[in-house]
Design a protein around this ligand. Structure first.
Ligand SMILES: [Zn+2]
Length: 384
């Protein structure tokens, strides 16, 4: 209830208390209340929207007193629930049925009925515009048109890797002290079996109790994983949002009909250097997560916009010059983003790779599943 209160109303609550406290004290108060009430709040993702799928046996539309009602089955036998339909559409559609989706929008305070319809696909008689794209970690998407999207993504990934790394470094200290305490405890427990006076045994038992309390405190406050998972999920959601926005930006700005991308199912990516083994592991995990997610989102968004996608052979797309076909002599920059061709000079390596990928779409010689060694031979042959 408190959440739904209007802001004005909220401000006028407890005026005497508000007047008595300074701005800083008020802030402390709010923080304290938030901490106390947080665990009683439901998760945000479960309250914003909820949906339910009904197959065609579970729903129908009935006409009553001049208005339409949606009738759905409930868990009770022969008991049906009716909702008055209020949207400006015609519902009296008795022939075509199918699955519907009921979506509860709590913000708009309404129940929505979603249903898929058959649409007629119009044949478009314009030349197909193709766009090549290269996926990366530092810059999410580079296009053959020379544009790049999602430039800040590398920073997000780097910050998350650093956060996890720091957290584990801090944690090691507590893991070590918990281990020491446990060792001391088991040593004392062995002592209890030997012959000591009753007084000594009592002292040992007291010490064991104290150790147990210390271990419990460490596990509760320093070695838990709830907060860690919550923070990690929040950061991942944030990264997904950036991915989504970048893909949408690209699809809108480039306005192409066919998207050519690499088939990265079988390849491994070179990652920037990590300072230790653990960091390398985190980085690898995040990178493969990004790759999978990005691919899924691209497929989904292209599908919903009617854009065709083509997967091509990923071999050596980032190592040969798209203009003259020579092997790049050098890669420069913090993320190897500048490539040097001995004939054409410096260029953006990512967009050059995107041009190569675009050219692969019309390449009859290099097929999708050709081994990369063969691809290299063909490319070297062509330049020679
Ligand atoms: Zn060149």
């Amino acid at each position: 209830r408190e959440n739904e209160a209007q802001p004005n109303e909220e401000m006028s609550q407890y005026p005497a208390l508000r007047a008595a406290l300074s701005e800083k004290q008020l802030q402390h108060c709010f923080g304290y209340i938030r901490r106390l009430t947080r665990k009683h709040k439901p998760y945000p993702h479960s309250t914003a929207a909820q949906c339910m799928l009904c197959d065609e046996m579970m729903w129908r539309v009935v006409e009553k007193d001049g208005s339409s009602y949606l009738e759905i089955m409930t868990a009770k036998c022969r008991k049906k629930k009716q909702f008055k339909l209020t949207g400006p559409y015609c519902y009296a559609n008795k022939k075509k049925r199918g699955d519907i989706q009921l979506i509860l929008d709590r913000d708009k305070k309404r129940l929505e009925v979603h249903r898929a319809i058959n649409a007629v696909a119009h044949e478009i008689r314009k030349p197909l515009r193709k766009l090549g794209m290269d996926k990366g970690l530092a810059t999410l998407i580079s296009c053959s048109s020379g544009q790049e999207y999602g430039a800040g993504f590398g920073g997000l990934v780097g910050a998350e890797v650093e956060r996890i790394n720091d957290r584990n470094t801090n944690r090691n200290e507590y893991i070590q002290s918990a281990k020491d305490l446990r060792e001391e405890k088991s040593a004392l427990q062995k002592k209890l079996d030997k012959d000591y006076s009753a007084k000594t045994k009592k002292r040992i038992r007291q010490r064991i109790g104290s150790l147990e309390r210390q271990i419990a405190r460490l596990e509760k406050h320093h070695l838990g994983s709830k907060l860690y998972h919550r923070q990690h999920e929040r950061n991942q959601r944030n990264m997904e949002r950036v991915m989504n926005t970048s893909i949408r930006q690209m699809l809108v700005a480039e306005d192409s009909d066919v998207l050519v991308k690499e088939d990265l199912t079988f390849t491994r990516e070179k990652l920037s250097k990590a300072s230790n083994r653990y960091e390398a592991k985190v980085r690898r995990k995040l990178s493969s997560w990004t790759k999978g997610r990005l691919d899924k989102r691209i497929e989904y968004l292209c599908g919903s916009l009617g854009i065709q996608t083509i997967d091509v052979n990923p071999g050596y797309t980032s190592q040969f010059c798209p203009r003259c076909g020579a092997h790049f002599s050098e890669r420069k920059g913090a993320h190897h983003e500048t490539a040097v061709c001995s004939n054409c000079g410096e260029m953006n390596a990512n967009t050059a790779a995107a041009v190569n990928i675009l050219q692969r779409a019309d390449d009859k010689e290099i097929t999708k599943y050709m081994p990369y060694k063969k691809v290299k031979l063909i490319l070297e042959d062509r330049y020679a």
